[in-house]
Design a protein around this ligand. Structure first.
Ligand code: HEC
Ligand code: HEC
Length: 239
């Protein structure tokens, strides 16, 4: 049933749809074409902070393309999306990514999760300083000083629900099919974090209000470019 609804609402090329026997003209714009996506990744009125759906509007385009290819090709697992994406070409995924990347939607209000002061300190230390001795750079070194990502392929960390952040870090730590199939710089880091660290980070990030834009590539240190080359180069041909 879900499959039917999703496919029926994802109308890639059609310019008319038939409802009750009467053809209705639907403008063939990207906004129309991605309506099946915005059911879940939607317009501002539908984005709930407690929802699990990640925000995709405004994220770097290369990152979005990489993820769409990962879902389509089974490297990242979420079945409703895999069904929608299964027959789409790289070119089309690139266009969809371009659309969402340039989309500006207001951010929802931050969550208000109570935190102990030690937990706040722990989160801020990981996020802004890191633990070089454990080979964990500051999260901000790769996700940008304002944590809104770095072009072309590192996503921002603000404006995401806590449940989503916890699940992504958990996915990498477990190395399961959700997000862990290809070892990369982020999976190496996530595997080193303790449960307490993951919890503190997820709460702290979800409690911040989001604003600002992804930073340019030039702000990423060469050693970190090298460390994440798999993620950054995955879309290299298109940049
Ligand atoms: C049924 C709800 C649903 C639909 C429909 C849907 N998505 Fe998703 N999307 C999700 C969920 C849930 C996740 C997170 C999955 C996970 O935990 O890995 C996600 C993740 C993503 C991500 C990765 C975000 C990130 O920050 O890593 C992108 C990009 C994305 N979706 C784009 C799309 C596009 C484009 C479409 C339409 C073709 C679409 N989605 C349709 C629910 C949906
Ligand atoms: C060496 C660079 C680097 C560092 C340091 C780093 N990240 Fe990442 N992170 C990445 C890259 C690259 C991705 C995109 C992975 C992909 O393409 O799937 C990512 C993705 C993520 C995502 C997924 C976001 C989404 O929209 O789905 C989360 C959450 C995340 N990182 C959290 C963190 C946290 C928390 C820290 C600090 C403990 C951190 N990262 C440190 C490079 C880094």
């Amino acid at each position: 049933m879900l499959r039917f609804i999703l496919l029926a609402s994802f109308c890639m090329t059609c310019v008319t749809s038939v409802y009750g026997g009467t053809p209705i003209a639907v403008p063939d714009t990207m906004a129309e074409r991605v309506k099946a996506c915005t059911i879940c990744h939607g317009a501002e009125d539908k984005v709930g902070r407690d929802a699990y759906y990640p925000r995709i509007a405004g994220k770097p385009q290369g990152y979005l393309v990489n993820q769409l290819r990962n879902f389509r090709d089974g490297r990242r697992y979420y079945q409703p999306m895999a069904i929608l994406l299964e027959n789409m070409s790289d070119e089309y995924l690139y266009e969809i990514a371009q659309y969402f990347s340039s989309l500006r939607l207001p951010y929802p209000a931050p969550e208000q999760i109570p935190m102990q002061s030690e937990e706040i300190e722990l989160a801020e230390h990981l996020i802004y300083v890191g633990y070089p001795g454990r080979n964990i750079p500051a999260c901000s070194a790769c996700h940008g000083d304002v944590l809104m990502g770095i072009e072309p392929a590192i996503p921002g960390l603000l404006g995401l629900p806590r449940a989503y952040i916890t699940a992504q870090l958990g996915g990498w730590r477990n190395g399961g099919s959700m997000r862990g199939q290809v070892p990369d710089c982020m999976s190496e880091i996530a595997k080193q974090l303790t449960d307490a660290e993951v919890n503190a980070i997820a709460k702290w990030l979800a409690n911040q209000s989001a604003s600002g834009e992804p930073r340019p590539f030039s702000t990423l240190l060469p050693e970190l470019v090298h460390r994440c080359s798999q993620n950054i180069m995955a879309n290299g041909s298109k940049e």
